[in-house]
Design a protein around this ligand. Structure first.
Ligand code: FDA
Length: 389
């Protein structure tokens, strides 16, 4: 194998490292991925009968306030002016999210001013009377009061975690944002949009460099493959973006994750729900939300008589499931510390990305972290200024 660097995983983290090392440092980079496609969880593809772009691993909305990341991503794709908004169905009625003055006034059938709404929520949040909250349930009541919590958060959270919020650790929620304006824009970032030609076109452009070779359906732990842990570690520098516990053969036990199940359906209607994402706040609906992908790209010429929807179900991941969100229990945090120590001792291997660090990262965070790894570690190493690890 003729490579200066091996990158394991072709998600945003791995491809950003590969592109910078190829273009800026002039290195030959081999990127492997065990899936049949590049792009990690940001991968999307057209649903074959309608041509509507479907995000295969859950809806992906790009947003960032990081100017360096924004400049960087714009080298590979244009962005549409898409602005994300979410609604929620509670008790057969639709409310705007995140909880804002519109939600509050609709819910309480009122016309409160911002100050009146603040006073109302503060009064309802005072229910604990100065007592420290004992669980997530009480913490949420302390943050936004019982009526709003019970309507919009409690059963939704129970569905996400398959656990009664009374039995969930408080750390699961640190804050529950309430806006005292009618602004229901979901993200607060300076820049927001969707890649105009789709995520896969963007990711392909990132990988399209004469010094980058991509090998798909190649598992780093499959010793029969030409590029595998046994054959490259210690020989060629490696950036590993797979699960950190898997790298060490689960020596300290497996880190726990939540996963999602998606149920996709093509419906014979031009518009199913009138908006990209509808949450379902109540326990009697088993899914947490429905995505309708046509609404992510109103500018596209999609069929007017068919639409694609995806119902999303959340549950704890088993060993064979896709790991999506770190559960991050106390036991996980203890295991992670041990894995981090082991990772620091693994000569010639850098761990990155959401799986390699056991952290939820938005796309812009994964890209920013990859740019930093190139600047702070890989570039000095390849300039001969210092050893890799
Ligand atoms: P990513 O998981 O994308 O890539 C890792 C790659 O490594 C995968 O392709 C995998 O196959 C490969 N790999 C693992 N083990 C391997 C092995 N042994 N051998 C070879 N390859 C291996 N972000 C955002 O900004 N806006 C959003 O709306 C969303 N929405 C969203 C929804 C859901 C459901 C999730 C789970 C995540 C999001 N994200 C998001 C986050 C986004 O998906 C995340 O930022 C990127 O996936 C991070 O890229 P990475 O490269 O770190 O991991």
């Amino acid at each position: 194998m003729n490579a200066d660097l091996v990158v394991v995983g072709s998600g945003f983290f791995g491809l950003t490292v590969a592109e910078r090392c190829a273009e800026e440092l002039g290195l030959d980079v081999v990127v492997i991925d065990r899936r049949h496609h590049i792009g990690g969880n940001a991968y999307s593809e057209p649903e074959p009968t309608t041509g509507i772009e479907v995000h295969r691993y859950g809806a992906h909305l790009f947003h960032t306030s990081n100017e360096r990341v924004w400049e960087y991503v714009n080298r590979f794709t244009d962005f549409t002016p898409y602005v994300h908004r979410v609604y929620t169905n509670h008790g057969g009625e639709v409310f705007p999210m995140p909880i804002n003055l519109g939600t509050i006034n609709q819910f309480f059938r009122a016309a409160h001013s911002p100050q009146q709404a603040r006073d109302l929520v503060a009064e309802q949040a005072a229910e604990l009377g100065g007592r420290e909250p004992a669980n997530l349930d009480e913490k949420a009541v302390q943050l936004i009061g019982r009526p709003l919590y019970e309507a919009f958060i409690r059963e939704y959270t129970a569905k996400q975690w398959q656990t009664d919020p009374k039995d969930l650790p408080m750390e699961v929620i640190s804050r529950l944002p309430v806006r005292y304006t009618y602004d229901n824009r979901y993200f607060n970032d300076t820049h927001e949009g969707l890649p105009a030609q789709g995520y896969t076109a963007w990711l392909e452009r990132l990988a399209d460099h004469p010094r980058i070779t991509v090998q798909l359906e190649t598992d780093f732990f499959d010793a029969s493959q030409p590029v595998s842990k046994g054959s490259v570690v210690g020989q060629v520098p490696v950036v590993y973006t797979g699960p950190v516990d898997r790298y060490f053969d689960y020596a300290e036990g497996a880190l726990t994750w939540r996963t999602l199940d998606f149920e996709e359906e093509v419906l014979p209607v031009g518009d199913f729900q009138g908006t990209p994402v509808m949450n379902y706040a109540d326990a009697d609906v088993p899914y947490t939300r429905i995505h309708e992908f046509r609404h992510f790209h109103p500018e596209r010429d999609y069929p007017t008589d068919r639409t694609v929807i995806m119902r999303e179900f959340s549950r704890f991941a088993q060993a064979s499931d896709e790991p999506y969100y770190p559960v991050n229990t106390e036991a996980d945090r203890a295991r992670l510390l041990t894995y981090r120590d082991a990772a620091r001792g693994e000569r010639g291997v850098l761990f990155g990305g959401r799986l390699g660090t056991y952290k939820y990262l938005d796309m812009h965070m994964a890209i920013a972290a990859a740019l930093s790894m190139v600047d702070n570690t890989l570039a000095p190493h390849f300039r001969g200024e210092r050893a890799l690890v």
